[in-house]
Design a protein around this ligand. Structure first.
Ligand code: AMP
Ligand code: MG
Length: 355
């Protein structure tokens, strides 16, 4: 009897060990990798069972992001390999001269940009390059440009003179001196490409954070929606809201990402193409939609528009939601975010419930 009991105990122990081993082998792992890319820290987190597969998938995702970053890079020195690889540099160089063959992803970004240029009635304009250069946000010595020079640079801005030929896969800037700047779209577009690469590698759960451009794949590790923090635009470590997100993107444009102070004012990097000065309607806007490329375009579109106009446009667009902190401290969002967004507000903000 005692022997039988001992044997039973041994079998139980063995079964326990085997199932624990199986469970361990089946355990969902997290693999996380960060890289500095497109002027920001990009972080990719993926979940799955096979460590090698996770690593391969992330490598493929980064390869896609680098490819888009290289095509859209507006800053390399003329004559360098990086300059030759950049479609944006070659298109800018041939402004006023001739159409340039471009990669299908550049054509796709520019087609998207032109569509939202029209829909936003000019608030979004990727030909903002000459004006961005004058402000010099990317340089060590940004400055408020003299009004006269701003006027000259503004005369070169206008997406109606950006000719995208989808059939021939060419791009042409009609006027000499025109200049593309894909800063408002390339990061989100690259993020979406990276997510698609992860999917092709069999990944079902992932989160990419590319400096305010968030895209999640599936649900979180605990099989509930991901919880995404929306930063307080005036307090570095505080949150204004937490957003529940599943298989979707949430991209934030804010006046706190890149700015300088002069004459007691904050001068930031998102410009109103109609004036050449930083857009002053909002502190931060978050566009929520399935595709990270579209979300990136929309974040900039909504940022430049007046809050009411931005909300009106967001509600008109299928599958698009918007959360915003207006310049006067009002916190507003589309009805679609009700129950999905937890507003923390904080001092200096008013959460106008009801929208
Ligand atoms: P985002 O952070 O996505 O809103 O993008 C801001 C970047 O887009 C800036 O750093 C510029 O490179 C570019 N940009 C600034 N103003 C505009 C605008 N009105 N339309 C399109 N791109 C813009
Ligand atoms: Mg954007």
């Amino acid at each position: 009897m005692r022997k039988q009991r001992a044997l039973f105990a041994l079998v139980c122990l063995l079964l326990g060990a085997v199932s624990a081993g199986l469970l361990l082998g089946q355990r969902t792992r997290e693999y996380k990798s960060d890289q500095f890319l497109m002027d920001t820290l990009v972080s990719i987190r993926v979940y799955g069972k096979d460590a090698d597969k996770l690593r391969e998938a992330v490598a493929a995702a980064y390869a896609e992001m680098h490819r888009i970053a290289d095509l859209a890079d507006g800053f390399p020195q003329p004559g360098t390999t990086a300059y030759r690889i950049s479609d944006v540099c070659r298109i800018n160089e041939q402004a006023g001269l001739k159409p340039v063959s471009a990669d299908k992803d550049v054509i796709a970004m520019l087609t998207l940009a032109k569509k939202y240029h029209s829909l936003s009635e000019g608030a979004f304009d990727v030909t903002i390059g000459p004006v961005m250069d004058l402000w010099g946000f990317g340089r060590n010595d940004p400055q408020v440009p003299p009004p006269g020079r701003l006027g000259e640079a503004l005369a070169l801005v206008g997406s109606k003179d950006l000719v995208v030929n989808e059939r021939e896969q060419t791009v042409f800037l009609r006027k000499a001196g025109m200049k593309l700047d894909l800063g408002a779209v390339a990061k989100g577009y690259a993020t979406e490409k990276a997510i698609q690469a992860l999917k092709r590698h069999g990944i079902e759960k992932a989160l990419i954070d590319a400096g305010g451009n968030i895209r999640v794949l599936g649900k979180s590790r605990r099989d509930i929606p991901w919880r995404i923090g929306i930063k307080d635009p005036r307090k570095a470590d505080a949150l204004t809201a937490v957003l529940a997100l599943e298989d979707s993107a949430a991209v934030t444009s804010g006046d706190y990402y890149r700015y300088f102070e002069a004459g007691g004012k904050r001068w930031h990097h998102i410009l109103d193409p109609r004036t050449g000065y930083p857009a002053a309607e909002n502190m931060s806007v978050t566009a929520v939609t399935a595709d990270a490329g579209l979300a990136d375009v929309l974040s900039t579109v909504f940022f430049v528009l007046k809050p009411e106009k931005a909300l009106e446009l967001a509600e008109k667009l299928e599958g698009v939601d918007l959360f915003l902190v207006a310049d006067d401290g009002r916190i507003l969002h589309t009805p679609g975010l009700r129950g999905r967004v937890e507003v923390k507000a904080g001092e200096g903000y008013r959460h106008d419930q009801g929208r």
